[in-house]
Structures are given as structure tokens and as C-alpha cells.
Write a protein that binds this ligand. Structure first.
Ligand SMILES: Nc1ncnc2c1ncn2[C@@H]1O[C@H](COP(=O)(O)OP(=O)(O)OP(=O)(O)O)[C@@H](O)[C@H]1O
Ligand SMILES: [Mg+2]
Length: 283
């Protein structure tokens, strides 16, 4: 396994693999690697000759009052996890190398970036789209692995690929959860033991809502879920929305496949989660 810190060097290595016929899988991460990331890495290894894991805490996707500086950066532990999981290259660039002082180009995916999390995290998805586009070009990836936990991000990257004709194909990966149901996330390390116990209820509520969605009215499903979230208790709800699976537009009574997507605060930690919901088929 090689750790590459330089953008030009990574691109050179990746293009030479491409020329010799290797297929490259890219797993973009912000580090503090966990079982969720490892499942993405394993899938990439199954489908590709070479796996590149990028570890980059991307400053342009953090808002001014967010946790960029205190975001966990256990670099040595991350390198060890990658080594154990047979990663070929870790790409770990410096911020100045990815975004030099004269950097000026940003990608916006209109509509999708301004709803749900976008309403609460201004410029977040432009930051994500921009860095991911750069990573696609640097890594020459045939496939890139993204978690369904970040469902809106996944949809935005799919749209970016379609609109800008990137050759990289997205592989959506299912959500890895703790035994309690809590979606594993790097920021879970901010939670106290008590907050972690509370957080296990998020997925329970989502699953019950998915069951209710089969037969009940949309607004009832949402209202019941919101009441349950308040009881957990969450400290704040950013949103609890039932949206169309395909384009994230608000679901209505005719929507057959939906996603219940939520962002709630447990103490001072913001957690996101979602579950796919389908209507009961009429026999
Ligand atoms: N529990 C999980 N199951 C599957 N994929 C996941 C999981 N957690 C993160 N991922 C995916 O890993 C990729 C990198 O995510 P990232 O490094 O931001 O980790 P994270 O756990 O989401 O961190 P944070 O807590 O800061 O949001 C994304 O595609 C994300 O969807
Ligand atoms: Mg994340």
C-alpha cells in the first residue's frame, strides 16, 4: 500500500494504471474510518483491480460555524485500517495542494443542493460536488463508492456525473449500522454514552414509519414520527421529510417509492439517517 500526498503524483499513477488496463475503484472519505467506510472499500476491491481511498477533510464543505477544526483526524489508525483491508493507495492531499490560494472553480447542482440538508448547510453540497469532481479526475476511477446514509449527496453526485459526462460510475452502498440501529458515522465519536443510547431510537422510528407508509396517509406517518422524535428526546429537528426516491421532490399520495430522510440533533451532534419506503402492492 502506498500513501500519496501529492495531487499530480496521484493523477500520474492513476493514469498509468488506466493505460495498462486496470480498473480503478475510488472510495472518497474524510477519514476517521469505520465499518461503513470498510464496507465501501470491500465492495471496491471486489469490483476493481486497484482501490484508492481518499482521506481529505474538505474545508469547502464546512460552514463557518461547523466543526472543520475539531473534525477527528486519526491518521495513523486510518492508515492501519486501509493496510489491513488491502487498499492499494491512500490519497491524502494537503488542503493547499487541492485548493491553492488562486482556486476559483466551483460546481453547483441546482435544485438538489438547496433542499433538505442544503437548507441548513449553505454551500455544503457545492463543496462536496467540487471536491468529488476533482477526485474523479485525479483518480481516473471507473467506479466510485458512496454510502446511502448520505442519500442527498448520492443523488447530487449521480446528477453531477450525468450533467458533466464523467466516465466514473457510482456504486451506492447500503448503510452499516450498530447493533442498536444507529447508522455508523465518524461524528458519532462526539456522542456521550447516554446520547448514543438515545440515538439508537432514530432508526427504530424510521422503520416504524416505513411500515406505516405501506398503508397510512403520508401526513399521518410524518406527524407520528415527529412526535416520536420529540419523545426520544432530540434536542432539535432540522427536518423530517418524506421525498420521492428518484428525484427527492416531496412525496405525495401517489408516490410508490419514497425515502424518509431526517436530520436531528442529539445534544450538540447533528445526525442524519434515512430509510426507503414502499407502498403495499395491491393484490
Ligand atoms: N454507516 C455507513 N454505511 C455506509 N456508508 C457510510 C456510512 N457512513 C459513512 N458512509 C459513507 O462513507 C463515505 C465517506 O463519508 P464520510 O467520510 O463523510 O464519513 P461519515 O461517517 O459520514 O462522517 P461524518 O460523521 O462526518 O458525516 C460517504 O460516501 C458516506 O456515505
Ligand atoms: Mg459524512
Amino acid at each position: 500500500m502506498k500513501v500519496i500526498k501529492n495531487v499530480a503524483q496521484m493523477q500520474k499513477i492513476a493514469s498509468s494504471h488506466l493505460k495498462s488496463g486496470d480498473e480503478i475503484g475510488l472510495v472518497p472519505t474524510m477519514g476517521a474510518l469505520h465499518e461503513g467506510h470498510i464496507s465501501l472499500i470491500s465492495q471496491s476491491e471486489k469490483n476493481n483491480d486497484i482501490t484508492i481511498v481518499s482521506i481529505f477533510v474538505n474545508p469547502i464543505q464546512f460552514g463557518p460555524n461547523e466543526d472543520y477544526l475539531k473534525y477527528p483526524r486519526p491518521i495513523l489508525k486510518d492508515i492501519e485500517i486501509c493496510r489491513k483491508n488491502h487498499v492499494d493507495y491512500i490519497f491524502m492531499p494537503l488542503v493547499e495542494n487541492m485548493f491553492p490560494a488562486n482556486y476559483e472553480t466551483f460546481i453547483e447542482v441546482k435544485t438538489l443542493q438547496d433542499i433538505l440538508c442544503g437548507l441548513f448547510r449553505t454551500n455544503h453540497f457545492a463543496g462536496v460536488a467540487t471536491v468529488v469532481a476533482k477526485l474523479f479526475n485525479i483518480s481516473c476511477a471507473e467506479r466510485a463508492y458512496f454510502g446511502i446514509k448520505d442519500f442527498q449527496q448520492l443523488k447530487i453526485i449521480e446528477k453531477l456525473i450525468k450533467d458533466l459526462n464523467f466516465r466514473t460510475k457510482i456504486v451506492p452502498c447500503s448503510i452499516v449500522r450498530e447493533r442498536s440501529g444507529l447508522a455508523i458515522s465518524s461524528r458519532n465519536s462526539y456522542l456521550s454514552v447516554e446520547e448514543k443510547n438515545i440515538s439508537g431510537n432514530i432508526y427504530k422510528i424510521l422503520k416504524e414509519a416505513a411500515e406505516d407508509f405501506k398503508t397510512k396517509d403520508l401526513n399521518v406517518v410524518k406527524r407520528d414520527a415527529v412526535n416520536k422524535f420529540k419523545k426520544i428526546p432530540v434536542s432539535k429537528i432540522d427536518y423530517t421529510e418524506i421525498v420521492n426516491f428518484y428525484d427527492l421532490s416531496p412525496a405525495d399520495k401517489n408516490t410508490k417509492k419514497a425515502v424518509f430522510t431526517v436530520a436531528v440533533w442529539i445534544g450538540k451532534t447533528r445526525l442524519i439517517d434515512n430509510t426507503v419506503m414502499t407502498k403495499q402492492s395491491k393484490l
